[in-house]
Design a protein around this ligand. Structure first.
Ligand code: URA
Length: 235
């Protein structure tokens, strides 16, 4: 791919903007030598204003989504893209979230611009378990784990029962719920079905991947090892 197109696709500007950046000498190699638009160089040697180029297409990242952010590009309020470099919103192919977390849910969110990777992660075949830590308005009554594990729980306005889900009770009003499917507002609706209400919800794990020490509002790229951890279910 020509350099102008490659850099424009990373969200640095229109092709016209990028062509102007070449003319202004802002695009260099790692040694500061000015590059020309028809040069053939590897992605990782390119610098713009001395800064390394953003990751090439085919990237997957994890975001520690805070409460109050929507998984959308258009919402008038805070959106997850506000937590990433502004250029990431302009990339082509588009960087999109792998599934969604509600505005009021925090925790591990994956984002990718790789369609095949996205399908691999959400595919029922991958059977990636998702772990949610729920804080509840009412004390647990005791039968929730059995109801959720039954494989017969039917949520309102659904036509098929939920797959069995594992509940691990932390204390009277806190529990971890492990799901292998992702229906709309599933965790909140499951607790509503057993007469409770979720006050706070946090996704701590997808497959084998957890947030580690990534603070709320921060992101990091996933490398091959992280992806192996994600699919391999290893800690
Ligand atoms: N279940 C919910 O209710 N909300 C989420 O954000 C994710 C799962």
């Amino acid at each position: 791919m020509k350099l102008v197109k490659l850099i424009a696709n990373l969200g640095y500007g229109s092709r016209k903007d990028v062509a102007a950046m070449f003319r202004e000498g802002r695009i260099t190699d790692a040694q500061g030598e000015v590059l020309y638009a028809d040069d053939k160089v590897a992605h990782d040697v390119i610098r713009i204003d001395g800064e390394p180029l953003d990751p090439p297409a085919g990237m997957t990242l994890m975001l520690h989504k805070p409460v109050g952010y929507t998984c959308s590009t258009k919402d008038p309020g805070r959106v997850i893209y506000d937590l990433l470099p502004p250029r990431f919103r302009l990339r082509s192919p588009l960087l999109s979230s792998v599934g969604r977390l509600d505005r009021d849910t925090s925790g591990l969110l994956l984002m990718t611009d790789d369609g095949a990777q996205l399908h691999r992660i959400v595919s029922p075949k991958a059977k990636l378990a998702k772990v949610y830590e729920a804080t509840l308005a009412q004390e647990l009554r005791g039968d929730e784990a059995a109801v959720f594990a039954s494989g017969t729980l039917m949520l309102e306005s659904e036509t098929t029962p939920l797959a069995p889900a594992a509940l691990e009770v932390r204390d009277a009003r806190r529990a971890a719920l492990t799901l292998t499917e992702g229906r709309y507002h599933q965790v909140r609706r499951m607790f509503a079905a057993v007469g409770n209400h979720v006050d706070a919800l946090h996704r701590s794990r997808i497959g084998g991947l957890s947030l580690g020490d990534l603070p709320a509002g921060r992101w990091r790229l996933l490398d091959a090892g992280d992806l192996e951890t994600l699919f391999g279910g290893k800690a």
